[in-house]
Design a protein around this ligand. Structure first.
Ligand SMILES: [Zn+2]
Length: 211
C-alpha cells in the first residue's frame, strides 16, 4: 500500500490536490451522465449523484472527526491564520486510510457484495429499475466501477468481506507511475467539455420557445 510506504511521493501528489478531487469527479460524471440519459428526471439525477458520492462520505466524516480529535482541525482556525500545514493535512489523510473504521467503511462501500445486497433490497421494495432508490444504487455502482478502473496500488477488494482480491487497473487517477497526471488532465478536459455542452444545451433550449 502506498499509504505507508511512499510518504514523500504521496505528499507531492497530495500537494497537487489530485486525491481530494476524486469524489467531486464521481459526482460530476454521474450528474452529466444523468443529465444526458434521463434529463426529465431531475430528482432522479440528484439521487444517482448522491449514490456516486456515498462511498466516499466516510472519508469526509472521518476527516473532520479525526481532525478535531488529533487537534489538526480546531475552531480557532476559522478566526486566525493558524491553519494546519499541508504536511499536517497529509498526515491526517493517511491516518484516515489506515484507521480500522476507515478501512471497514471504505471496503464495505466499495464492495460489489454490499452493493448487490442494497440493489436487491431496493428493487424488492420498488419493483422498478429506475426508481429514485434504484438510481441511487446505479450511481453507487458507477462509483465502484470507475474506481476499479482508476486505482492500481490502492484498489479496494471488490468482493469484500468474502475475498481480499483486488483488481489493479492499468491507470491510476493520481499515481505518476501509472499515468496519473495524464489521466487527471484528460479527465478534467473531458469534464470541462461535457459541462460546457450541458450549459449551452440548457441555454439554447430555454431560448427556443421565445423565438
Ligand atoms: Zn471511491
Amino acid at each position: 500500500m502506498c499509504y505507508t510506504e511512499c510518504r514523500s511521493s504521496c505528499f507531492s501528489v497530495f500537494q497537487r490536490g489530485c486525491g481530494a478531487v476524486n469524489t467531486v469527479h464521481h459526482a460530476a460524471w454521474t450528474y452529466i451522465a444523468g443529465k444526458i440519459s434521463i434529463p426529465e428526471r431531475k430528482a432522479g439525477v440528484r439521487w444517482a449523484t448522491a449514490g456516486a458520492v456515498m462511498p466516499d462520505v466516510s472519508y469526509v466524516v472521518l476527516f473532520f472527526g479525526m481532525g478535531v480529535e488529533r487537534g489538526t482541525l480546531h475552531a480557532g482556525m476559522l478566526l486566525s491564520a493558524d491553519a494546519p500545514s499541508r504536511w499536517e493535512l497529509h498526515e491526517l489523510v493517511h491516518a484516515i486510510f489506515e484507521h480500522p473504521l476507515g478501512i471497514l467503511l471504505r471496503n464495505s462501500a466499495h464492495s460489489l457484495v454490499f452493493w448487490a445486497g442494497a440493489a436487491l433490497l431496493f428493487w424488492l421494495l420498488t419493483r422498478t429499475l429506475l426508481s429514485n432508490a434504484m438510481l441511487f444504487v446505479w450511481g453507487w455502482l458507477g462509483h465502484i466501477l470507475l474506481d476499479a478502473l482508476t486505482h492500481v496500488t490502492d484498489a479496494t477488494p471488490l468482493f469484500y468481506p468474502f475475498s481480499e482480491w483486488t483488481f489493479p487497473a492499468f491507470v491510476s487517477y493520481w499515481d505518476p507511475a501509472y499515468y496519473g497526471p495524464l489521466f487527471s488532465l484528460v479527465s478534467n478536459l473531458l469534464l470541462l467539455a461535457c459541462g460546457t455542452f450541458l450549459v449551452l444545451r440548457h441555454y439554447l433550449r430555454r431560448k427556443r420557445p421565445s423565438e
